[in-house]
Design a protein around this ligand. Structure first.
Ligand code: 13P
Length: 300
């Protein structure tokens, strides 16, 4: 039996379900029961019947699953798979922003730590950030930690004032895409459709044909025959699987090193030994759950 077969056998034996983000290595996605974007994974994690959830993604994704399913065992094969964006917004920064802007709701990107979410009104992903911000009657909305996503929400909601906290938060992988990349790509592939993630910088976003979450990308790419995809290159795998006759160009340098940490051997050990369990301290989990449940509710 190869690793994937052993993983599948162990998952059944241990009553475990494996959820993998669209950026995970192809072999991890293929070994999983469920793949998806951040919102899809968070929502589906609440709907499965198995007693153990194995989250193949970065740490905040496993933390989110644990907060939503405190009575289940939530395992992450590589607990060192952090998200550099998540560490850019601390609970103290949220509290200070709320003091500076009394009465303004804080919408926190799901790429954040549980202790930060616990201070915020609602969480969001890139799939529902604008819908969630629009659902608040207040004109001023505090938003963090991704300033590019905040800018995208601002362009969708011109009647609101979206204040990014911090002013310059961002994902190192998505910041690598430049306007020059887009211009060169347009010259090289004149018939291509370009779709980007809202974590890309504003000038890159404005030069794209479409913007959205990784799930939106997967749903949208049936619309044309050749695409340039401006997000982490792991997305090429689910896209090519779903649209085998479509040409996808991703950038070889668009790699999130944290998303690439999990190997099949890690996933096997996770299921065999029950490592590594995710725990969130109760006072934080209870508060963060309110923000996350609002995010899930808004998605339905
Ligand atoms: P999605 O919600 O689009 O899957 O994005 C996840 C992410 O972490 C982007 O950096």
């Amino acid at each position: 039996m190869n690793y994937t077969q052993q993983i599948r056998k162990l998952a059944t034996k241990k009553n475990a379900v494996i959820l993998a983000h669209n950026y995970q290595p192809p072999e991890i996605q293929d070994a999983a029961d469920i793949t998806g974007d951040s919102l899809e994974l968070a929502r589906l994690a609440t709907e499965v019947k198995e007693s153990t959830l194995v989250i193949c993604g970065v740490y905040f994704m496993a933390e989110t699953a644990k907060i939503l399913s405190p009575d289940k065992t939530v395992l992450i094969p590589r607990p060192d798979a952090g998200c550099p964006l998540a560490n850019q917004l601390t609970p103290e920064m949220v509290r200070a922003a709320k003091v500076a802007h009394p009465g303004s709701p804080f919408v926190v990107y799901v790429n954040s730590n549980a202790a930060t979410k616990a201070e915020c009104d609602v969480a969001c992903t890139s799939a529902n950030a604008a819908t969630i911000a629009a659902s608040y009657p207040e004109k001023t909305i505090l938003f963090g930690p991704d300033a590019n996503l905040a800018g995208w929400v601002q362009r969708q909601l011109p009647d609101k004032t979206i204040i990014p906290i911090p002013a310059d938060g961002g994902c190192p992988t998505h910041r690598n895409f430049t306007l020059r990349d887009v211009e060169i790509a347009r010259r090289e592939y004149p018939n291509v459709t370009i779709i980007g993630h809202p974590e890309c910088s504003a000038d890159v976003q404005l030069a794209c044909d479409l913007i959205g979450s990784t799930g939106f990308m997967i749903r949208s790419c049936g619309e044309a025959k050749e695409w340039i995809i401006l997000t982490e290159k792991g997305i090429a795998h689910p896209l090519q699987k779903r649209y085998p006759d479509t040409v996808f160009h991703v950038m070889d340098t668009a790699v999130c090193p944290n998303m690439k940490l999990i190997e099949l051997s890690d996933l096997y050990v996770t299921l065999r030994d029950g490592v590594y369990p995710v725990q969130v301290a109760a006072p934080i989990a209870v508060k963060a759950r309110i923000a996350i449940e609002r995010m899930i509710g808004a998605a339905k």
